[in-house]
Each structure stands twice: as structure tokens, then as C-alpha cells.
Design a protein around this ligand. Structure first.
Ligand SMILES: [Zn+2]
Length: 181
């Protein structure tokens, strides 16, 4: 496993559409392991392959249990919280009409957060790193992270979705970026 370098805004790869994965091989699993390690080291909650310079439709996420406040009342609790997961070739199958604003950061845009409107609930389908189908019904923070990461695979950054420039906030140096993805 290795921590990879995170690509920053301004790099053209963040603006390109990533390619579908065709082979679920050891190289893919090494990429997933490295992405999880890189995300953890950067204290992020999600990471997309273009953010480590790889133009493939792969994302990883790991939502801490305490970030799951909005869903804590839901029964049963989401199985997608509290552990790292990979999603390969993800597609959003369904998205709620209902939207909500929330604060997002991005590991490729250090020092800033923004208030972004996202679907409250999404159903996402993809595969795991072994090629097994994976279907995630997400709401709240997890739904937000998945939408953020899938945007990365399409060359979209959260700053593109801000309703206005005053929804972007510069962090003070001592402030930690709140759960960047
Ligand atoms: Zn991001």
C-alpha cells in the first residue's frame, strides 16, 4: 500500500471525464487500497481516482459513524457507514426531488469549503473492486459524498455547483477542513 499524491485544482485531469474500468484485476485492487490509504492520511471521507491522477471511474469513501447524525434515527443503520468501501463504474440510478444545502470541502481544493445543494437521497449502482455488483441506498451525508465523488469522475468540482461566490468560504489556517472529499 502507498499514499499517493493528491492532484490539486488547476490540474487538467480534474476536468476530464474518467474512463470506465473494464478489468477487475490486481492493479485495480492496488489502486483501491492506495486510494483508501491516501484518503485516510488526508483525513478525508471520500476520494475519486482522478484526484490521484488516475483517469478511471473509481471512488472510495469512509464515513465516520459520528458524521452520520442525520441518519442516526433511521432503522436499521446504514451498512455503508464506519468502514471503507470502493465503488467502480458508479451510476446514480435514482435521486430524490428533495434537495438540501450542506458544507463540503475537497482534498483537491485545500483551504476552502462551500455550501452546495445536493439530492437528499440517491440510489447508486456500481461494482466493488472484485467486480461484484454493489447497490447503495444513501441519504444525508453519505448521499452528499457519493454525489461529490461521482461528479469528480465527470470532471465536475463542487465549486461549479455553488449558487454564488459568497457560498465559498476560506478557512482560517488553524481550522481543519470539515470532512473533505
Ligand atoms: Zn473532492
Amino acid at each position: 500500500m502507498a499514499v499517493r499524491e493528491i492532484v490539486l485544482i488547476g490540474d487538467p485531469i480534474l476536468r476530464q471525464k474518467a474512463h470506465p474500468v473494464e478489468r477487475f484485476d490486481p492493479e485495480l485492487r492496488t489502486l483501491v487500497r492506495d486510494m483508501i490509504e491516501t484518503m485516510r492520511q488526508a483525513q478525508g471521507v471520500g476520494l475519486a481516482a482522478p484526484q490521484v491522477g488516475v483517469r478511471k471511474r473509481v471512488l472510495v469513501f469512509e464515513i465516520p459513524v459520528d458524521e452520520d447524525d442525520e441518519m442516526s434515527s433511521s432503522v436499521p443503520p446504514s451498512p455503508w457507514i464506519g468502514k471503507p468501501f470502493a465503488l467502480v463504474n458508479p451510476e446514480i440510478l435514482e435521486a430524490s426531488q428533495e434537495m438540501e444545502e450542506g458544507i463540503e470541502g475537497c482534498l483537491s481544493i485545500p483551504g476552502y469549503v462551500g455550501e452546495v445543494r445536493r439530492h437528499v437521497r440517491v440510489v447508486v449502482q456500481g461494482r466493488n473492486e472484485w467486480g461484484k455488483p454493489r447497490r447503495i441506498e444513501a441519504e444525508g451525508f453519505l448521499a452528499r459524498v457519493l454525489q461529490h465523488e461521482i461528479d469528480h469522475l465527470n470532471g465536475i468540482l463542487y465549486v461549479d455547483r455553488l449558487e454564488s461566490r459568497d457560498k465559498l468560504y476560506k478557512l482560517e489556517e488553524e481550522e481543519e477542513t470539515a470532512a473533505p472529499a
